[in-house]
Design a binder for this molecule. Structure first.
Ligand SMILES: [Zn+2]
Length: 350
């Protein structure tokens, strides 16, 4: 969300890509998206595979984060986002610089796409991810340089992530009447029933997880989604009339996502007396499935790694990886991710 900072990082990379004869463009986002934009660098040609290299310019740290400290010690830089993912961005740049130096980029078709909003994707997605998807449609292979999980693993599949919001209504009344024919169960018991049924009936499939992140309940509630904070008012002698729960859902395929959603919807409708509930879903990252094409890329990387004496490279467990930009292009090109930098824990504290 630090618009000027993200753009400044973009300009540093732009200059470097310009210097190796890439056509660079800064893509502004419209005001409604509330993100600053992306840097794309491209060389056009017909030789070799058409390649898309994916990075991002933003970090998870806000402008006023106490962790916003940058230090350079000789050739080593320390700071927020060096791992996720300036390290990966630098891997992309220096690989291309080396190829350029040896005139190996002549007539190649390569796009380096560095988004400015990977950590919190701008909405709507059809604006914020349009340029990335267009670049994928022009490419055959996408390589993501997100945080690595070691030399010996690459990502061929990762789960998608999405959100859900549950709203429950009950009948406000004096607590002496709770459970009777006129008052019913109240909103809090109903919300508890729903969440418990999610836990017992929806949980369990491989790669499927869902979390309930925040809940507000009582006679009156207020929630400000911009800052994810709220307040609740209620009394022990009043049957509560309202509950709101916000959560997330991660999945390995669209099919798994839809199946989980329909189970959750069904549970939401089986209401306790004098209560009602609705659940709504929103998409954020699609899943990246372990396709044959992705596995072929992994085989290639494995061979190269062994030739370089770096050992075998295997597929990383998709259940352990977070979502990333590669997922948006996985339907259009063969993908490999997790090719970037990696946290290295020093003895000394920086
Ligand atoms: Zn990242």
């Amino acid at each position: 969300m630090h618009h000027t900072g993200v753009k400044e990082v973009g300009m540093v990379f732009k200059e470097q890509f310009d210097a190796i004869d890439f056509n660079t463009r800064w893509i502004d986002m419209p005001a409604e998206v509330n993100r600053v934009g992306h840097l794309f660098a491209e060389i056009s040609g017909n030789k070799g595979k058409k390649i898309l290299l994916i990075g991002h310019l933003d970090t998870v740290f806000e402008k006023d984060s106490p962790f916003q400290k940058f230090k350079k010690d000789g050739d080593i830089a320390y700071g927020p986002g060096t791992n996720d993912m300036k390290g990966g961005d630098v891997v992309v740049l220096y690989a291309l610089k080396a190829l350029h130096e040896h005139q190996l980029l002549n007539d190649a078709q390569i796009i380096a796409a560095f988004t400015g909003d990977e950590e919190s994707t701008g909405l709507p997605l059809d604006i914020s991810r349009k340029d990335l998807i267009d670049a994928a449609k022009k490419s055959e292979v996408a390589l993501g340089f997100e945080t690595s999980t070691g030399f010996n693993y690459a990502t061929v599949a990762r789960r998608g992530s999405s959100g859900w919001q549950l709203e429950v209504k009950g009948k406000r009344a004096h607590s002496s009447g709770v459970f009777n024919e006129r008052v019913g169960a109240g909103a809090i018991f109903e919300a508890s029933r729903i969440l418990n049924a999610f836990y017992t009936d929806v949980k369990g499939e491989e790669f499927l997880t869902f979390n309930s992140g925040v809940i507000l309940r009582g006679t009156e509630i207020k929630f400000d989604s911009a800052v994810s904070k709220g307040e609740a008012f209620g009394k022990s002698n009043v049957v509560p009339q309202t509950v709101m729960v916000k959560g997330g859902l991660r999945f390995i395929s669209e099919e798994q996502k839809e199946k989980a959603r329909s189970k959750m919807k069904k549970i939401t409708k089986e209401n306790l007396p004098h209560t009602s509930a609705t659940i709504t879903f929103n998409d954020s990252y699609p899943a990246m499935q372990p396709t044959d094409g992705n596995l072929k890329l992994l085989t290639l990387l494995n061979e190269v790694s062994k030739d370089l004496g770096q050992g075998v490279v295997e597929a990383y467990d998709p259940g352990k990886r977070g979502a990333a930009d590669t997922s948006f292009v996985a339907d259009y090109v063969d993908c490999l991710d997790g090719l970037g930098g990696m946290v290295h824990i020093h003895q000394k504290k920086h």
